[in-house]
Ligand binder design. Structure first.
Ligand SMILES: [Zn+2]
Length: 201
């Protein structure tokens, strides 16, 4: 019997956000690979899984991605990303920023905080990168609405267990090397699937 449906959302399209150091790599492509690995791991744990981008070249709108969760009665929505800092003073300062963090929907903090913590912990320990914790981000002047379009669309369509994880920085040498390596992404998928499985036990 299925333990429920999880929607995985590999961020961006295939050429979304080129890495700044390893310039043959793109966040949108590496997150698609991670999504494939994570789908396999979660399926092995007994969950049903749908991807917002079944094919690498898919690039649906943020609203379409989030709404897949509500429309299909999903247990959880998880958007997969790597990060980049805002403008910094020097190239050295820019490259020095690293770490993982998870944003969660404000619509259900009691249930979402432990899941977000477990996801960040899995990424930090597997990637051996900094811990940037768990966060919410609110829509300007709307304390009841999530800022990120995918989280907002998932929550307002009925799936309040909605998350966006930033797995390191594709502007940082250490994090980039990890994200560019498919074996590393496979290990990250194992750790994240274990974390999710434990949260929904
Ligand atoms: Zn992203």
């Amino acid at each position: 019997m299925s333990r429920g449906l999880i929607i995985l959302d590999p961020g961006h399209g295939p050429t979304g956000n080129r890495f700044t150091i390893l310039t043959d790599f793109y966040e949108g492509t590496q997150m698609w690979h991670l999504g494939q690995f994570l789908r396999d791991e979660l399926t092995a744990c007994g969950f049903d899984v749908m991807l917002t981008r079944p094919r690498l070249e898919d690039n649906p709108s943020l609203a379409e991605r989030g709404e897949m969760a509500g429309k299909n009665g999903a247990l959880m929505f998880l958007s997969l990303h790597s990060n980049a800092p805002g403008m910094m003073n020097s190239p050295e300062a820019y490259a020095a920023v690293n770490g993982a963090e998870t944003f969660y929907s404000i619509t259900d903090p009691d249930r979402n905080i432990p899941i977000a913590k477990a996801l960040t912990e899995a990424a930090v320990s597997t990637m051996q990168t900094g811990d940037r914790g768990i966060k919410t981000r609110l829509y300007p002047d709307r304390p009841d609405l999530d800022y990120y379009g995918v989280i907002r669309a998932a929550a307002t369509s009925g799936c309040r267990q909605a998350f966006l994880i930033e797995q390191g920085f594709h502007t940082n040498p250490h994090d980039s090397a990890f994200l560019a390596d498919l074996d590393c992404l496979r290990r990250l998928a194992v750790a994240e699937a274990d974390a999710i499985s434990a949260c929904f036990a």
